[in-house]
Each structure stands twice: as C-alpha cells, then as structure tokens.
Write a new protein. Structure first.
Length: 159
C-alpha cells in the first residue's frame, strides 16, 4: 500500500482497550470495513492483512480471531479456509439455533456481544455519539440507544 493510501486508511481507525482497531469508515451490512485503494473497494481487514503479511492465497479468507468485523488489527487477523471460519463460528457459539436465544446467538442479531461491549465503552467514554455508532455498526440510533441504556443486550456484562 502506498504511504498516502496507508495514511488515509489509518485516519479512520480507532484503537480501543480490547486491542481491536476499529474501522470507522464505510462498512457493509455485516459491519466489515471497505477501503478503496485503487478503483475497486475491498474489505478493509483484507487490505490490512495484505499490507502487513503479503498476498492472500486465492482459496483462503482472512479471519478475525477477535470475531469483531470492523477490526483491522493485524494481530487479530489470520488466513484460513471457509471451513476454518465456520468451525470458529461453531466453537465460539455464534451459529444460529432453532429457538431464539438472546444476543449474538439469535439468528436475527446484527451485532456480537463484543461489539455491544465496545459500543457501550465508546459511548460511555464519550469517544463516539449514538449517531456515529449507528453509522459504524449499520443499526439504527434507537438500537444504539437501547444498548447504551442497557435496555437490550442486558445479559452482556462489561469487564
């Protein structure tokens, strides 16, 4: 990545206490960052991985060990197969269930518990407001309001 592109890339990254580097630029519906270095947008975590570690083999994907889609910390990124990623999901208890469990295990959840903790941290420490958080995580401001007021995701406890 050219130095000017790297500077632009890092201008929308916020390191947080969890160790994640949160992408605050454009994100897709699943919360993954998107960065356009040349002419084609690409997932931000893949751009960072390639910048630090080199080319990504065609059959491989870049996985998040932190399970946090907007994270671009190279220490949290590793290559693996789609099957590795699915196994990670099952082992972390993030697969859908027949019943409707609370939180990220609910098939309709748009956020993970780690993201909820991070949202509360960013809001409570006045690092981002509800509208900024809703834009980053692609959920409504009302959803963010319920999270920060602990009306939803009540089972998630901050450390």
């Amino acid at each position: 990545m050219k130095p000017s592109a790297y500077k632009r890339f890092m201008s929308v990254v916020i390191p947080v206490d969890s160790g994640c580097w949160i992408w605050t630029g454009y994100t897709d519906k699943d919360g993954y960052g998107s960065f356009k270095e040349e002419s084609v947008p690409e997932p931000a975590h893949r751009v960072m991985y390639r910048h630090i570690f080199g080319d990504i083999p065609e059959v491989m994907i870049v996985r998040h060990s932190c399970h946090n889609p907007p994270c671009v910390n190279p220490e949290h990124l590793e290559v693996g197969t789609h099957e590795d990623n699915m196994r990670d999901m099952v082992e972390a208890g993030r697969q859908s269930h027949q019943t409707s469990p609370p939180g990220e295990n609910n098939g309709n959840a748009n956020l993970t518990e780690d993201q909820v903790v991070l949202i509360r941290h960013l809001y409570d420490n006045k690092m981002m407001n509800q509208y900024e958080l809703s834009a980053v995580y692609k959920v409504s401001q009302g959803c963010i309001s319920h999270i920060v007021r602990r009306l939803s995701w009540k089972h998630v406890k901050e450390e």
